[in-house]
Design a protein around this ligand. Sequence first.
Ligand SMILES: NC(=O)c1ccc[n+]([C@@H]2O[C@H](COP(=O)([O-])OP(=O)(O)OC[C@H]3O[C@@H](n4cnc5c(N)ncnc54)[C@H](OP(=O)(O)O)[C@@H]3O)[C@@H](O)[C@H]2O)c1
Length: 336
Amino acid sequence: MKHYLFPQAAGIDTLELRDAPMPKPGRGQILVKMRAASLNYRDLNVAAGRAARGTLPPNLVPLSDGAGEVVELGPDVTRVKTGDRVAGLFMQNWLGGDMEPYHVDSSRGGAIDGVLAEYVVFDQDGVVHLPAHLSFEEGATLPCAGVTAWNALYAGKSLRSGESVLILGTGGVSIFALQFAHAAGARVIGTSSSDDKLARVKALGASDGINYRQHPEWQEQVQALTNGRGVDHVVEVGGAGTLARSVEAARIGGQVHLIGVLTGGEINPTPILRRNTVLRGIYVGSRQMFQAMNAAIALHGICPVIDRIFDFGQAREAYHHLKGQTHVGKVVIRIA
Ligand SMILES: NC(=O)c1ccc[n+]([C@@H]2O[C@H](COP(=O)([O-])OP(=O)(O)OC[C@H]3O[C@@H](n4cnc5c(N)ncnc54)[C@H](OP(=O)(O)O)[C@@H]3O)[C@@H](O)[C@H]2O)c1
C-alpha cells in the first residue's frame, strides 16, 4: 500500500509518497481502507514543521481527517463491522467528558500518524459512523473542522433558535458553523476578504456579508446590523489580530469561541471584562460531540461544502490550494 509522509517536515514540497507494508489490526483494532482525506489550516503548520506541542515525529503521515470503509477486524472488535463507513476522530482517545492532556497526544497527523494513506489501522473506539447521506469525500471533512464548529456552538452554552452568530472568513470551520447555525434557525453574519465568497456565504443562508478588506472596522458593521446590540456568538478563527474586534462585535455577555490563530497581535483584556464577554477556548472535540453533530447533520440533511477534490497523486497541489486561501469550505483528497 502507499502513504504520504514528511521525512522531516520543512515545507509542502517535502511531502513524499512512499510504499509501506500493509498494516494489520491487532486486538480491538480495525483496518480501514481510506477513501478520502481533507485538509485543515493546521496541516499547513505541520507541513512547515510547526508542532502544537514539542516537535513533530519524523516520517509523520499527515492529515487528521479522513473517511473510509472497514475492511478487516482484529480480535474482540464489537463496535464496528466489516463494510461500515467510518471517519476517524481527531484525538483518537477523547471519547467524552472534559479534554485531558493525554487526549492531545493522540491527535492524528500531528502527535501520531495521520490518514493520508490507502489503509489505516484505528482502535475500534477511534472512529464514528458516517451519516448515510454523505459521500466519503463529504465524510472526510468532519473530524476537525466540523467537530470544532459544533463544539463552539453546542458543547458550551448552546446556540438557540433566533440567536445570531458571526463567522470570520469562509474557511472550513466557519462554513460548518454557518451551516449548523442556519439549520438551527439562527441568524448568521459572515465576513470575508472577497465579495464573491460573501455571495456564496449568503447563498448558504447568511443574512449579511461584510468585506473585512473594505471595512477594516467590521465590528461596527456588525453592531449596525444588530441595532447596536451585537451578536450572541462569534466563531473566532482569526486569533489575536481579530479578537478585539470580535469582542466588540459580540453583545454584552455574548460568547466568543476562541478557535483560530490566523493572525497575530496583542490582546487588551479590559474590553473583555467591561463587556462581560464569555471567552471559551475550543480544541476540536470529543467523539460524543462528533456523534451529536452527525445526528444533526443526518436530521437536517446537511452536506459539507467542498471547494475542490484532488486525486491521491496530487496531495502537494491540494496543500498549495489550501494555502492560497481562494477556497470556500473544504479541500479534499480522494483516495481511490
Ligand atoms: N482550535 C481548534 O480546535 C481548531 C480547529 C480547526 C481550526 N482551527 C484554526 O482555525 C483557523 C481556521 O482554520 P480552517 O481550517 O477553517 O482554515 P481554512 O479553511 O484554511 O480557512 C482560512 C480562511 O480564513 C479566512 N481568513 C484569513 N485571514 C482572516 C482574517 N484576518 N480575518 C477573517 N478571516 C480570515 C480566509 O477566508 P476569506 O478569504 O473568506 O476571508 C481564509 O480562506 C486556523 O487558525 C486553524 O488553525 C482551530
